[in-house]
Design a protein. Structure first.
Length: 311
């Protein structure tokens, strides 16, 4: 399949929004990073990223303080100061190395990526797609979701991602490169896309990945939300994605990504939050599914506090 087959007007507009200077600087950085990966191997590149991240951790006091504040907001006094410092260093290393891989992802062979990726419960994805109604995979603002989208396409899944139109220039630029990659099966939708595009996507029996736990809900009058308690606080989560999937008959799975050493990743697929083919999905049932979604996020974050993304 030609990678440009899924490159629509959204990606082409995105490419034109990146300035010439930004494209030059991004390509120069990508050239250096890819050169290091070829000379040192991906494992060597990981250790370079780890060393640089450790230096960042030692010198960036403000970011360390923000991370500690996030841990205090989420867990109160559950974590000792030593555990917070350890998680903070792991956070610096994870973020730095995830960015390095993301920079050159489109230049790596899918075989290289598959060798470093484990998908737990992959049968959940395969069974959902075998039903012919598509599948919605709900992720969250914990872990590197952009890496998950990129990794799933390496396994041959046709994946749609949802992004904010206001994302940074680097993220938008790399997403275009991913969509242009030969053999690519990825497409990105803006989070304000008309639902008809998503209905069509599910109708073509494809996977869609997005987040239901926004940092802030924009255009509140247009977005359906539900208030739930997470980490001891009331938060508003988006109902729209799961409602669209349900209308299309697509089951909703939940997934988390774990970043490990040497660019090894684990995508943990968890059983359906709802499955229209097997149950009557009412508003009450969706509310129950959203509570389960929030509960799983809490459990994951307690296990991997370094995977907090927003600090």
């Amino acid at each position: 399949m030609d990678g440009t087959a899924l490159l629509d007007g959204t990606e082409r507009r995105t490419a034109s929004e990146v300035s010439s200077w930004e494209r030059f600087s991004f390509e120069a950085t990508r050239f250096v990073v890819y050169g290091l990966a070829r000379i040192l191997t991906l494992t060597g590149l990981y250790h370079c990223g780890r060393a640089f991240a450790t230096l960042e951790w030692l010198t960036n006091y403000k970011r360390r303080r923000r991370f500690a504040q996030v841990m205090a907001d989420l867990f109160g006094e559950e974590m000792s100061p030593q555990a917070v410092r350890r998680a903070c260093l792991q956070h610096f290393i994870r973020v730095r190395n995830d960015k390095l891989l993301y920079l050159v992802f489109d230049r790596l062979r899918f075989e290289e990526i598959r060798a470093r990726l484990t998908i737990n419960n992959v049968h959940l994805m395969d069974d959902a797609l075998a039903a012919g109604k598509g599948v919605y995979v709900a992720m969250s603002h914990f872990g590197s979701q952009h890496i998950a989208v990129a990794c799933l396409q390496s396994h041959g899944y046709t994946v749609g991602g949802v992004r904010d139109p206001r994302e940074g220039a680097l993220r938008r630029y790399i997403q275009v490169k991913q969509a242009e990659k030969s053999g690519s099966y990825v497409r990105y939708f803006h989070n304000d896309a008309f639902p008809r595009e998503l209905f069509r996507w599910f109708g073509e029996n494809r996977a869609l990945i997005s987040l239901m736990d926004p940092v802030a809900v924009r255009d509140e009058h247009k977005r359906k939300t539900i208030e739930l308690t997470m980490f001891g606080r009331t938060r508003r989560l988006l109902l729209g994605p799961i409602q669209v999937a349900t209308r299309c008959g697509a089951p909703t799975l939940q997934a988390f990504i774990v970043s490990r050493k040497n660019f090894h990743y684990v995508i943990d697929l968890q059983g359906p939050l709802v499955d229209p083919a097997k149950e009557d999905v009412t508003e009450e049932r969706i509310g129950e599914a959203m509570r389960q979604y929030a509960s799983r996020i809490e459990k994951y974050t307690r296990t991997y506090p370094c995977h907090v993304s927003r600090i």
